[in-house]
Design a protein around this ligand. Structure first.
Ligand SMILES: [Zn+2]
Length: 486
């Protein structure tokens, strides 16, 4: 049985397409209804998307209008005007209209196109404002989870962005090794942007791009960033990837991920990194610190970049963790089947990593800042991991890359004797105290927690979460007229 072509069809769109063709043929509603032998009121309902035509009727309409039926069923508005009309109608029927008690207007030919466009634009802003402010941290976590699952399914590899980064490196003649500051400036010029360093950049932003004067402002303050190249490349990534203002929190996360990916792919080009990784694998000497040194990037950036290419090019599944001293996982990626502790919704970030994992044991290692190697036996298999503590202004973090046991042979540190067992997510592994302790201490212990306020706070509303628009606009206004030497 073939599928009914009217299944799942957008009736408003179908109606708009019928009306568009009819009017283009200079035919009135009355004439068309006479030809198809139906009441004009029925035809009007169909054109207004209030009624679904039978396929036979649609067929006669198409015949009279001398147009293939396929043409009428296309899922796109027949013109810009019609798209705006459809969008406004849908918005007027949406909860936004009732919530703000916005009176409806009649959407017909007498509504001027500029007024129509203004109304649609106003509705769009209102909707995005509302959606943004409704992003509770729970919804934010859900969005993050969807994105992470999607990246796992893609092995953390985004070929389109790799190609874009390769083209840009080729355009500025950067081939291998650390990308110098001047190379970043060249990339900025390639996109028609100048880089301006200023001391008064608002605290909430890493960079601010002024699309009018085509400047990217970054901070001169020492606190700002470990790697200013990364900051500029991220901002350029937004341009290279053609991003508009994010429409939702999920959209924001997606854009941020893509721009970060772009920056890493420019700094650590696939073309030279993959052969380097293969060579290290063959000589059984893979080490993240070598990548860091080869491209002069941060250790964490090198580890994350490794996860982009490991599965795609080396056939190696892997995991990456960034864990605080409190054991909380702030960043996590895994496609190697390792079981990470999750909350009931499935979120990993914000949960504690198993205490038996190398990423946490690294904090207790005698060589605190050296690499800490470990084998861990878990219910889903054994893994080898390399962890390293990064001392940052916001605290110490353990950064870990791990692979399944049978891949350990390629890594520096594989001969380590550190080996521990984990039965997490079984809570008796390292989370519930054993009975004796529970009994002796439960009624006598009263710790005062160091609460991370950022974990409790809802995402601050705004187009760019956490950024104060007023502060940003005031900054741009302040410097709009400045002349800078480049
Ligand atoms: Zn555990």
């Amino acid at each position: 049985m073939s599928r009914d072509p009217l299944d799942g069809i957008d009736l408003a769109l179908l109606g708009a397409r019928i009306r568009h063709v009819r009017q283009a043929r200079g035919m009135t509603l009355a004439t068309l209804s006479r030809h198809i032998d139906r009441a004009p009121s029925l035809l009007s309902q169909i054109e207004n998307g209030k009624r679904e035509p039978r396929l036979a009727l649609l067929d006669s309409i198409a015949r009279v209008l001398e147009v293939p039926i396929k043409e009428l069923l296309k899922q796109q508005a027949p013109s810009e005007r019609s798209a705006l009309e459809l969008e406004l109608k849908a918005m007027q029927d949406s909860p936004i209209a009732s919530r703000f008690a916005i009176p409806g207007v009649h959407v017909g030919p007498r509504l001027p196109t500029d007024a129509l466009r203004a109304l649609v634009e106003a509705y769009r802003s209102l909707r995005s404002e509302t959606e943004m402010s409704e992003q509770t941290s729970e919804a934010a976590r859900a969005a993050n989870l969807r994105l992470r699952n999607e990246m796992r399914d893609r092995n953390n590899y985004l070929p389109d962005i790799e190609t874009l980064a390769a083209d840009i490196n080729a355009a500025i003649g950067h081939d291998d090794g650390p990308l110098p500051q001047s190379g970043v400036i060249d990339i900025a010029s390639h996109f028609g942007f100048a880089i301006v360093r200023l001391p008064d950049l608002p605290n909430s932003s890493r960079s601010i791009t002024d699309l009018r004067s085509r400047r990217i402002y970054i901070s001169t303050a020492a606190r700002a960033e470990r790697d200013p190249r990364m900051v500029i490349l991220r901002a350029l990534g937004d341009q290279a990837l053609g991003f508009d203002a994010p429409r939702s929190f999920e959209d924001f996360l997606r854009q941020r991920l893509s721009s970060n990916y772009f920056a890493a792919a420019v700094l650590m080009p696939e073309k030279t990194l993959v052969p380097r990784l293969r060579e290290a694998m063959n000589s059984q000497d893979l080490a993240m610190s070598d990548l860091r040194d080869a491209y002069s990037v941060g250790y964490e950036a090198a580890c994350q970049r490794f996860t982009n290419l490991a599965t795609e090019h080396l056939g190696m599944p892997c995991h990456f963790l960034r864990v605080g001293q409190d054991g909380v996982m702030y960043k996590a990626y895994a496609n190697d089947g390792i079981e990470l502790n999750r909350n009931p919704e499935g979120s990993i970030e914000g949960q504690r990593a198993c205490r038996q994992f190398g990423v946490r044991r690294a904090f207790a290692a005698t060589d605190y800042l050296g690499p800490y190697y470990q084998y861990t036996d878990t219910p889903t298999g054994s893994y080898f991991s390399v962890s390293r503590i990064e001392a940052l202004p916001e605290g110490d973090f353990s950064i870990c890359v791990g692979v399944p046991f049978d891949q350990a042979g390629c890594f520096r540190g594989r001969e380590t004797a550190n080996r521990f067992g984990s039965t997490c997510p079984d809570t008796s592994c390292c989370r519930t105290p054993n009975d004796g302790l529970q009994h002796r201490w439960a009624s006598f212990a009263r710790p005062s927690p160091k609460v991370h306020s950022h974990m409790l706070a809802a995402i601050a509303p705004g187009t760019f979460p956490g950024v104060e628009d007023r502060e940003v606009y005031e900054f741009l206004e302040r410097h709009a007229g400045d002349a800078f030497e480049h």
